[in-house]
Write a protein that binds this ligand. Structure first.
Ligand code: GLU
Ligand code: ZN
Length: 497
């Protein structure tokens, strides 16, 4: 299915709150907005919803910007970039919200509500017990001047509450189709706290209106706020805030995690930083995240961001929950790793080849030796951080000691195989092919196939039973270091015999 192109220039927004660490659900939302904007040659607005001083942090704000830059999801208007609708941090727009709130009050689209939290709770309980809808009951909708004065005299404080129009609200969700919300389920809601602080319910639609956002693409968890926001947009249009055009809304499917529960922000598997730390490529991670609710074609899981942008159509976004599958995410990343030019791959490995990731002495790293093995490593890695274990034998003074590997490979008879191999390695021409022939011949002396014959040698030299192809590894490691490690292993076997 192909959607008709939007009639006005596309303006989308990505508007996270800077609380905690960025998570994959947030990245998926950013990606879909970005791809939609880029596909239509539109504008990507990046807005920071930092109106909750108690929860927002500067640290989290910086991380959001850094994450977006790492991912390569660029924005046309927003923090540090600026733009005609700025500022793009809501904490810097408080005077705008105060002004809009007072205009909504003056026009009768909002009113002061003096109900205390305890009173609201008591009435909610009663409504529930009677089987009635339990939203706000409209108690303060039509207060007389005397009632207001009496509440004020009591020293009550008031929130500002938006007056819903009392009719059902219908809109066509870009993902889910037509949706209707009955008035009893969408009651009047608070937009400004008693202390004057504006709430998400106000600032988000106000900024969407003022920033002339045409398409609101966001997670399904926000669907219940949409009828309220539509009503607020209509009121804003009536009082002349913004262009008066209602944005289209599209709600992206839930992302499910382990055990078919919604992936929560607090789920460790959801943290973007974890993927960065493990060495996912931005293009690999984004490729996978694009599949959470969208697909390029039924038989195509692997594609570039450019290909995604070229093909992206909201008509192809699926309303059904998507399941986050770490194994698939890793597999897709591995394909992207293999598709890099080897020089880019080697450069991408660099952070994992020095402190704090690398366990070897500073200065022990040898770029030429690494470059020789890089093409072999490239075909085996899932994530870049795997590189360290694959090449540490080259740069550590002594190989790591992995006890399980040692026990597995150094069975009775291992010493004899090592002795035979050592004898042949002493005189052989030092290249992978001849090394292989030498170890094959050493194994045959003991009636062993190559796989069994090379296991003790691999553990003696690299410390592990698994790793890069052994003979290429030995070739790069060199004869002296190889033989020294075989001798050390033989000495240890002799000592424990
Ligand atoms: N700041 C809101 C959030 O992070 C944005 C929601 C929206 O897209 O409307 O949940
Ligand atoms: Zn009230």
């Amino acid at each position: 299915m192909v959607s008709a192109p939007p009639s006005s220039p596309v303006r989308v927004r990505f508007c996270p709150s800077p609380t905690g660490n960025p998570h994959v659900g947030l990245v998926r939302t950013a990606l879909f907005n970005w791809a939609f904007a880029r596909h239509h040659g539109g504008t990507m607005v990046f807005r920071i919803e930092d109106t909750d001083a108690a929860r927002d942090s500067e640290e989290s704000y910086k991380q959001l910007l850094d994450s977006m830059r790492w991912l390569g999801l660029d924005w046309d208007e927003g923090p540090e970039t600026g733009g005609p609708f700025g500022p793009y941090r809501q904490s810097q727009r408080m005077d705008i919200y105060a002004d809009v709130a007072s205009r909504l009050l003056a026009a009768g689209h909002a009113y002061r509500c003096y109900c205390t939290a305890a009173e609201l709770e008591t009435r909610r309980e009663a409504a529930r017990a009677a089987g009635r809808p339990s939203g706000y009951d409209g108690r303060c909708r039509e207060l007389s001047a005397e009632q207001t004065a009496a509440f004020e005299a009591e020293g009550r404080s008031a929130i500002v509450r938006f007056r819903m129009p009392g009719e059902s609200i219908t809109f066509t969700d870009l993902v889910r189709g037509e949706l209707t919300f009955a008035p009893e389920n969408v009651t009047d809601f608070g937009i400004v706290r008693a202390n004057g602080a504006p709430l998400y319910t106000l600032v988000n639609p106000v900024d969407d209106a003022l920033m002339e956002i045409t398409h609101v693409l966001r997670g399904e968890d926000l669907l219940s706020s949409t009828p309220r926001q539509i009503a607020l947009h209509r009121a804003l249009a009536a009082i002349g805030v913004g262009s008066g055009a209602l944005p289209a809304f599209g709600h992206l499917p839930y992302v499910m995690g382990e055990g078919n529960k919604k992936l929560s922000k607090r789920d460790p598997q959801a943290s973007l930083n974890l993927y960065r730390e493990r060495g996912f490529l931005p293009q690999g991670l984004l490729n996978y995240l694009s599949l959470l609710g969208w697909s390029l074609a039924e038989d195509r899981d692997i594609f570039t961001l450019q290909e995604m942008v070229a093909a992206f159509d909201l008509a192809d976004v699926n309303a059904n929950p998507a399941r986050f599958d770490l194994k698939k995410c890793e597999a897709i990343n591995a394909v992207h790793l293999r598709e890099m030019p080897v020089a880019d791959f080697a450069a991408a490995c660099a952070p994992w080849l020095s402190a704090p990731h690398a366990p070897w002495r500073p200065g022990a790293f040898d770029q030429a030796a690494f470059d020789e093995l890089a093409p072999l490593a490239q075909t085996r890695l899932t994530v870049l951080s795997d590189i360290t274990d694959n090449v540490d034998f080259l740069f550590l003074d002594e190989p790591v000691r992995d006890e399980k590997s040692w026990q597995k490979a150094m069975k009775p008879g291992a010493a004899e195989v090592l002795v035979s191999a050592r004898a042949r390695l002493t005189g052989v021409a030092w290249n992978a092919e001849d090394l292989k022939a030498a170890v094959l011949a050493a194994g045959e002396e003991h009636g062993l196939k190559l796989g069994k014959a090379q296991a003790p040698l691999r553990v003696a030299v690299t410390g592990r039973t698994v790793g890069l192809p052994l003979f290429e590894s030995l070739e790069v490691l060199g004869r002296d270091r190889t033989l020294a490690r075989v001798d050390a292993a033989l000495a240890e076997l002799a000592a424990s015999a």
